[in-house]
Design a protein around this ligand. Structure first.
Ligand SMILES: C[S@@+](CC[C@H](N)C(=O)[O-])C[C@H]1O[C@@H](n2cnc3c(N)ncnc32)[C@H](O)[C@@H]1O
Length: 198
């Protein structure tokens, strides 16, 4: 499917997440400073990164996704919209551990629904039994790639079971601030900012 959003021309294959309310919540609330290195985890079509790269052009953007169709889609859409970014096809952050604390900003509109599904497209929303399975794994890895002065913007849902997530934030010396939310029919979608405790 081809569509135009916020001045970006996007080609979105059927196996790739079509940008929705949660994508817009993330894209519209993030501020990037000049020269910062930004990593988007789970870039899907690339919409969020392309939107931010156009808005904050003097920064360096990296994207990754577990779905190879999504990484290809990010790459094609970046080319189509004349945006430069580095793109990796991988599962979360482990391949980036060798570049210790490399990123100023990490973004993740995560799979956050409490469902177990395995397909390529379904990985966009299936957050396992708790809804937080992917997020909990991500959080453990985040502390290895985020600069001590950096920040992470994460999207999740009120439908997810967040006890383990909250415990892990404490353990890893992170603090969390809800910066915005959306009310949908059956859930609230939160955007939070995570940073190391000062
Ligand atoms: C809700 S979609 C968001 C897509 C895009 N960022 C947006 O906002 O429109 C979540 C994305 O995370 C990716 N994803 C899920 N699990 C992942 C993992 N373990 N590692 C990397 N990417 C993952 C999915 O393939 C999907 O593209």
């Amino acid at each position: 499917m081809r569509k135009s959003i916020d001045g970006l021309l996007l080609e979105i294959p059927p196996e790739v997440y079509d940008p929705a309310e949660d994508s817009f919540l993330l894209a519209e609330n993030v501020v990037i400073n000049k020269g910062e290195r930004v990593l988007e985890v789970g870039s899907g079509s690339g919409y969020v990164t392309l939107f931010l790269a156009k808005k904050f052009p003097f920064s360096e953007f990296f994207c990754l996704d577990i779905n190879f169709q999504a990484t290809k889609s990010t790459q094609d859409n970046a080319y189509q919209n004349d945006v430069s970014c580095h793109i990796i096809n991988c599962d979360l952050l482990q391949p980036l551990f060798s570049q210790e604390r490399f990123f100023d900003v990490v973004l993740f509109n995560a799979p956050y629904l409490p469902v177990i599904e395995e397909g390529l497209l379904e990985k966009a929303w299936a957050g396992g039994k708790s809804g937080m399975d992917v997020i909990n794994k991500f959080l453990l890895q985040l502390s290895k790639v985020l600069k001590k002065t950096g920040r992470c913007y994460l999207v999740y849902s009120s439908l997810a079971e967040s006890t383990q997530f909250e415990k892990q934030l404490q353990k890893l010396q992170f603090e969390k601030r809800i910066t915005d939310h959306l009310k949908l029919a059956r859930e609230k979608i939160f955007l939070c900012e995570i940073s190391f405790k000062k």
